[in-house]
Design a protein around this ligand. Structure first.
Ligand code: ATP
Ligand code: MG
Length: 421
């Protein structure tokens, strides 16, 4: 019979890889909590209208990347392509705005986008994201960038660059658009078909095109940062000065335009040359208009999302703590020994000591072979002779050193050894 395969671009994370994922997720949670962000768990699917309205109809995500399907009653639903829209929806829906601001949330979980799968680009991928609501002060922007930067530095990810830009206010962008369009229409013949279309729908996105010819053609395009209002300029200057004061290096990138419509003012990306074409690990920015766009009051906000597959690709093996998955192998054999072994296994686990046994093995030799394969650090040998003496043999599987210990009270003795070592 044919076997049924997983879906293209949707990967299994196998047991050899999950310690790596737990390590990354634990670090993300620890740093987020340390910065005062609280975990929110939002649903994996939402009304399609939520994403269309927030991310923007003219974006790659909404135009061609969403997994959208009708519910049984015909309502259009979508698997979340990102986490900000859902977080904002929940913030509004639960009237969190009536609670004291600022409020800071983080999430970790899978996102779904129909893209061409390749290294670091999947159809189901995972993001850690953080959102800070209620502060327009540039220090909130600095805080969110610092959280992301400190986390990635803690994980020792190599060759990171923080690229930053200001998208100004919506008024600044409206005033800049005709200036940009005038320039783009002179270069129109050099632009790709996609960019020519974007000129009509979302001209700023042309600056972000990855096609080499488009990049060359827009090299000398007028810069939005030269057309910022005094307020936007001051905000940006404060963000940059703050980053410098806490020792976070950045590179100004006047072409940085995020692929989601809700961003304004600060916009940033962290890239690594290690990642090749998919060089962005994480990205974010300020989105002061979004809560209102989704039907809430006017609440300023800033956030980021980090791609965990890309973090995992870059994580140096050396930053992972080495650990034995299971510490003790209980090798019990003989009638009496086997019975006591069952009780010992249960006692060890109840005091929180990881322990394992292959129930198919019935001789000492078979047990020792399985103990080696299990990569446990110790084996506890318990045959009929030991059972009669009321003891066990503790064997270090690496050094082969052995010692005899009393069976009574063994689990608490081993517990005290693991906590003191
Ligand atoms: P890209 O330019 O790589 O398409 P993006 O601008 O679409 O990224 P965002 O929506 O800002 O990305 O998502 C933030 C992060 O999520 C990205 O920097 C990346 O690390 C990760 N990410 C986005 N799409 C994918 C994907 N399809 N597979 C794996 N990771 C992804
Ligand atoms: Mg993308």
């Amino acid at each position: 019979m044919d076997t049924i395969k997983g879906i293209k671009g949707v990967k299994d994370i196998l047991p050899e890889e999950t310690p790596r994922w737990r390590f990354i997720e634990d670090a993300a949670r620890r740093w987020a909590l340390c910065y005062g962000y609280q975990e929110i768990r939002i649903p994996i699917f939402e009304l399609t209208a939520l994403f269309a309205r927030s991310i923007g109809a003219e974006t790659d995500i909404v135009e061609k990347e969403m997994y959208t399907f009708p519910d049984r009653d015909g309502t259009s639903l979508t698997l979340r392509p990102e986490g900000t829209a859902g977080t904002v929806r929940a913030f509004i829906e639960h009237n969190r705005v009536a609670d004291p601001l600022p409020q800071k949330y983080f999430y970790i979980g899978p996102m779904f986008r129909h893209e061409r799968p390749q290294a670091g680009r999947l159809r189901q991928f995972h993001q850690f994201g953080a959102e800070s609501f209620g502060t327009s002060d540039p220090r909130a922007d600095i805080e969110i960038i610092a959280l992301l930067w400190r986390l990635l530095s803690d994980l020792s990810l190599p060759e990171l660059t923080l690229e930053i830009n200001s998208l100004g206010s919506s008024g600044d962008r409206a005033a800049y658009k005709p200036i940009l369009l005038k320039f783009l229409s002179q270069q129109k013949s050099l632009l790709c078909a996609n960019c020519r279309r974007r000129m009509e729908t979302n001209p700023l996105r042309v600056l972000d095109c990855k096609v080499a010819d488009c990049r060359a053609a827009t090299e000398s395009a007028p810069r939005l940062t030269n057309h910022l209002s005094p307020e936007a300029r001051t905000h940006f200057d404060h963000v940059l000065a703050g980053l410098t004061s806490i020792g976070i290096p950045y590179r100004l990138n006047p072409r940085l335009v995020r692929g989601l419509d809700y961003y304004c003012l600060t916009s940033f990306e962290i890239t690594s040359t290690q990642l090749g074409a998919q060089n962005a690990v994480g990205a974010g920015g300020r989105y002061d208009g979004l809560v209102e766009t989704l039907g809430g009051p006017s609440v300023p906000a800033v956030g980021f999302a980090l791609g965990l597959e890309r973090v995992s690709l870059m994580l140096p093996e050396a930053s992972m703590p080495s650990s034995h998955q299971v510490l003790y192998y209980v090798a019990s054999f003989g009638d009496h020994g086997t019975k006591l072994g069952l009780v010992l296994l249960d006692e060890l686990r109840r005091v929180g000591i990881s322990a394992h046994c292959d129930y198919r093995a019935s001789t000492l030799k078979a047990h020792l072979r399985q103990a080696d394969r299990s990569r446990c650090r110790y084996a506890i040998l318990l045959g009929d002779d030991e059972a009669t003496r009321g003891s066990v043999i503790l064997r270090n599987l690496e050094s082969k050193a052995q010692e005899e210990l009393p069976l009574a009270g063994l689990s608490s003795l081993l517990k005290s050894r693991t906590t003191s070592s």
